[in-house]
Design a protein around this ligand. Structure first.
Ligand SMILES: Cc1cc2nc3c(=O)[nH]c(=O)nc-3n(C[C@H](O)[C@H](O)[C@H](O)COP(=O)(O)O)c2cc1C
Length: 366
């Protein structure tokens, strides 16, 4: 771990991890926009959506879950990076973010058994199988009875997934991303392998924690090998499933230690998504204590994510010593200038400066 999180850390202090300095601790959490236009390519929407958060002072701006293969998408609208033809479109996104001094990050993902659905505003319904292609999972069990019945993956499917994540990592670097995150949470393919509630395999990829973690670790290793040594690799994990028989925090600490040994730099600790019916708490910072356990016991940097809305909640997350970066989701969708407001509230200097075009506003208004 290349940093220490203690009382001295503040929201607008820079964070150096490997050879990268992130100008402040505010991160736009990955959030699906389902707006690729159907072929995985970035659109003007993504340029404006991500660019405006960078103009808004955010230190690290993540794309949504970006599919490593066409049938690894949740919906036909998902962003993709499964083809070399996607790279130029992603260059527009990284340029739009970097233009403001923010760091562009990409989350890469495979939806597994949660793939092949219509967009949320189209009803989140299963698409006809013939229109979609294969739906893969560790075991032939659906997420819900009326969701796709997935095909249990063969060894060759498993090898193909490792390669898909690896090639996606290489393309992400070519496109100009500076942080790479693997989406191993929220009930998508890697989480399906990790959780006993979705992985019923009896081969070397199922059963013990070591076996359930075998594919996620192989994917993390392949991502690390394809990604430059001087740039950081994050992994998003669902730290617990909130259901009996689900993944436990002790197991997550062990997985995080293995990940650290593979060269992963930060665990982005969230929870849930493996099956319906979880009882998820409503309070702010509800993952923070668990993130702290991971941070101390696995000796790896962590994020605070989940119901962070106010400046004081974000500061509290850092002051607690449980997290190094604060990921903000819904609050930053509501307000692209969330970081600028925090900057004013704290009287802080933000290294992600106000765009020159907007400077007159700071001279005359405040
Ligand atoms: C519209 C929307 C889309 C999301 N898409 C993703 C995603 O692509 N990848 C991911 O890891 N989490 C995704 N999430 C979860 C967020 O990244 C974040 O973890 C969650 O919203 C909790 O943070 P918040 O309370 O600040 O919103 C999404 C959340 C929202 C609201």
């Amino acid at each position: 771990m290349s940093t220490s999180a203690g009382g001295a850390e503040t929201l607008f202090s820079a964070f150096t991890i490997r050879g990268l300095t992130i100008p402040n601790r505010i991160v736009m959490s990955p959030m699906c926009m389902y707006t690729s236009g159907g072929d995985g390519r970035p659109t003007d929407w993504h340029v404006v959506h991500l660019g405006s958060r960078a103009a808004g002072g955010t230190g690290l701006v993540f794309t949504e879950a970006t599919a490593v293969s066409a049938d690894g998408r949740i919906t036909p609208g998902d962003l993709g990076i499964w083809s070399d033809e996607h790279v130029d479109g992603h260059r527009r996104l990284t340029a739009a973010v970097a233009a403001h001094g923010a760091v562009p990050g990409i989350q890469i993902a495979h939806a597994g058994r949660k793939g092949g659905r219509t967009r949320p505003w189209e009803g989140n319904r299963p698409l006809p199988r013939e229109a979609w292609g294969q739906v893969l999972a560790p075991s032939a069990e659906p997420f819900k009875p009326d969701w796709h019945l997935p095909t249990a993956m063969t060894t060759s499917d498993i090898e193909g997934i490792v390669s898909d994540f690896s090639v996606a990592a290489r393309r992400a670097h070519e496109a100009g991303y500076r942080v790479l995150e693997g989406h191993f949470a929220h009930g998508y393919l890697m989480h399906q392998f990790l959780s006993p509630l979705a992985n019923r395999r009896t081969d070397r990829y199922g059963g013990s924690l070591e076996n359930r973690a075998r594919l996620p670790l192989a994917v993390a290793r392949a991502m690390r090998q394809a990604w430059p040594d001087d740039l950081p690799l994050f992994i998003r994990l669902s730290m617990i499933d909130w259901l009996p028989g689900g993944i436990s925090l002790d197991e997550t600490v062990q997985v995080a230690s293995w990940m650290r040994d593979e060269g992963v730099d930060l665990i982005d600790g969230t929870s849930s998504g493996i099956l319906p019916g979880e009882a998820i708490p409503e309070e702010p910072l509800y993952h923070l204590g668990m993130a702290g356990e991971v941070r101390r016991r696995a000796r790896i940097a962590t994020s605070a994510v989940g119901r962070v809305r106010t400046t004081s909640e974000a500061c509290e997350a850092l002051r607690s010593g449980n997290a190094d970066l604060v990921f903000i989701g819904r609050a930053i969708l509501q307000d692209a200038y969330w970081a600028r407001r925090a900057e004013r509230e704290l009287g802080a200097e933000n290294l992600v400066g106000v765009p020159v075009q907007y400077r007159r506003a700071t001279q005359h208004l405040l």
